[in-house]
Structures are given as C-alpha cells and as structure tokens.
Design a binder for this molecule. Structure first.
Ligand SMILES: C[S@@+](CC[C@H](N)C(=O)[O-])C[C@H]1O[C@@H](n2cnc3c(N)ncnc32)[C@H](O)[C@@H]1O
Length: 315
C-alpha cells in the first residue's frame, strides 16, 4: 500500500458502494488513489471511474496508482473541488452514476509534507491550502495576519473547540503588530505563549486544535461539504449509493443533517419554523455511523475518528 495515504474503512466502503462490473462511480476525494484503485478493480471490466481532487499532488500520485487498471476501466481524473461534482459528471456526458465516495479531510501526504504547512510538528510555510494552484484562496498565514481578533477567536472556538480561543487570538494580534506570521513555527510559538509553562504528559500538542481550525477555515471545508452532498445526491441514478466518511464532529453533523433533510426527516434546527421539506430523494442506510474496528485503529491511528454514513438514491 502506498505511503501517500492508507485508505480507511476500505472493505466497508466497497460494500456500501454496492459495486459490480460496468458501474459508474465518482471518487470525490482521490488522495493517493487507494480507495479508487479498489473501486476500479470491482467495476472492471467496462466501468467508469470519475476521480476528483483539488490537490495537484493527489492527481499526480493517483495517476500512477491507477495506471495498470486503466485498460479495464475508463478512468477520468480531474483536479477540481468536489463542490463541483454535478458539473464534473455532466462534463463527462454521464446522466447518472451508481456511487459516490467522499473521504473527507486531508491525506497523510498533505499532513506529513512540511512545505504544505498543515502540521505543527514540522516547520514550513503557514499555507494549508489543499489547492495550491488557486492563488485567490488566502493561506493560513493570510488569515492569521489579516482577520480581526474576534473572527480568529470564533474560528478557533467553533472549528477547533479550543477553550483558549480568545486568549490565543489576542496573542496572535499582539505578535503580528511587530512581525507577520510566516511559518508553522511562528504559530506554534504564539499558541505556546498563551499556555502555562508546563504541559502535562499525555496531553495533546497545544497547537493541535488551532491548526485543525485554521485548516477548516482556509479550505472552507464545511461550506463546500454541504454543496457537495447536495450535488452528489443529485447525480446519483436510482439505487445509487452515497458513501461519506468524516473525521470531525462538525462534518459528521452536516452529513447527518443533509441526509436527514434529503430523506424527508426532521432536521435539527434552532429555528422555530423549519422551511418546508422537498420531495425526499434519499433513503439513509446507516442508522448509526460505521466506525473502524480496534484492529484497524491500531494498525492506522489516523482512522481513529472516522465515521461512515451511507444513503441510497430513491427510484
Ligand atoms: C482523506 S484523503 C482521501 C484519501 C483517499 N481516499 C485514498 O485512499 O488515498 C482526502 C483527499 O480529499 C481531497 N479533498 C478534500 N477536500 C476536497 C474538496 N473540497 N474538493 C476536492 N478534493 C478535496 C484532499 O486534497 C485529499 O487528497
């Protein structure tokens, strides 16, 4: 298996997608192509695999991973955001697909490559964009150097559940007055500057939540997820399966709520008068999310927080 990324819940995803030769499947989060390759083997011969990733590194890696299955299956790789899934399927001239897989978040390659700036444990530019070809997307350094203090605090609190969010935002604003943030180390130092001198053994790294929150903000992960889920449901043929793996409670809540809404169930809302429901187009197949076994988590600690939900397109 490639060192780029070890696929999570692989057998469970393949089963949930209900694959057979000739089927048409979208992998919206190609990464190193681990899931995609296993899907390709199941839909060969004659299947169509549309594979999307917004990161050019993933497209390059998966091109290699999929090279020797591309005789038996039609592989269509595209560097794009999965929010564009409906357009990507239409551009291939396909009216409906039999399955969509979304394996959310970042790959091990992204996390472990210092110059991507995702990880507090490596020194690199404070970047965190999954799509580095999009020069319009502000980097993590841009957000940290430019956003108002209250907005930074809100990002750390909402996306990272960081209880020291205000204190950390204040420290950042004080520091950036004299020197802009450039590297991951600058941010780690600022977070450390707000902590008591000694952290206890076994505690998570003090910058973990701040890094996670910034990554979600830079890539607008929650906003694009909602668009992608609606787009994915719309491109499924009757009986087609939508399989989504999330690694963060906010993501899982969005998946659960959109599945509920599109299957005609009541949606959790703070509003007293929910908007009228549209005709249901999905049936939810997972009452509770599927989680990895202890064996998988021991072999691949990054699988730890995975939650898999599955829905089927109605006829
Ligand atoms: C967890 S990895 C997927 C790993 C993959 N299943 C494998 O087996 O190697 C998530 C991938 O999705 C991509 N990604 C995340 N959000 C995306 C988005 N909004 N649009 C397109 N790709 C996205 C990331 O760049 C990353 O390569």
């Amino acid at each position: 298996m490639s060192a780029y990324h070890k696929p999570v819940l692989l057998a469970e995803c393949l089963e949930a997608l209900n694959l057979a030769p000739g089927r048409r499947v979208v992998d919206g989060t190609l990464g190193g192509g681990g899931h995609a390759r296993a899907i390709a083997e199941k839909i060969a011969p004659g299947g169509i695999l549309i594979a999307l990733d917004q990161d050019a590194d993933a497209i390059a890696e998966a091109t290699k991973t999929l090279a020797d299955v591309s005789d038996a299956v039609s592989v269509r790789l595209r560097q794009t955001n999965f929010a564009e899934i409906a357009g990507a399927v239409a551009a291939e001239g396909i009216a409906g697909v039999d399955g969509v897989l979304l394996d959310l978040g970042v790959s091990s390659h992204q996390l472990d490559t210092a110059d991507r700036g995702f990880a507090f444990r490596y020194v690199g530019p404070l970047d965190m964009r999954m799509n580095r070809d999009d020069s319009d997307t502000p980097t993590a350094a841009d957000l940290v150097n430019m956003l108002p203090e209250a907005q930074l605090a809100r990002i750390f609190f909402e996306y990272g559940e960081e209880s020291r969010s205000r204190r950390i935002a204040a420290e950042i604003v004080t520091r950036r007055r004299t020197k802009p943030f450039v590297t991951t180390e600058d941010l780690v130092d600022a977070v450390r500057g707000t902590m008591p001198l000694r952290t206890r053994a076994g505690e998570i790294h003090p910058a973990t939540k701040v890094f996670q929150a910034l990554r979600i903000a830079v890539n607008k992960e929650l906003e694009v997820l909602e668009t992608a889920l609606r787009g994915a449901a719309s491109v499924l043929a009757p009986g087609g399966r939508l399989v989504v793996m999330s690694y963060h409670s906010l993501e899982d809540r969005i998946v659960k709520n959109i599945f509920a809404e599109l299957s005609g169930k009541r949606v959790e809302t703070d509003l007293p008068d929910p908007t009228p429901r549209a005709e249901p187009i999905l049936t939810v197949l997972t009452k509770k999310p599927v989680a990895p076994t202890d064996t998988e988590t021991r072999a691949n600690p990054r699988a730890r927080s995975a939650k898999l939900r599955v829905a089927e397109r109605r006829g």
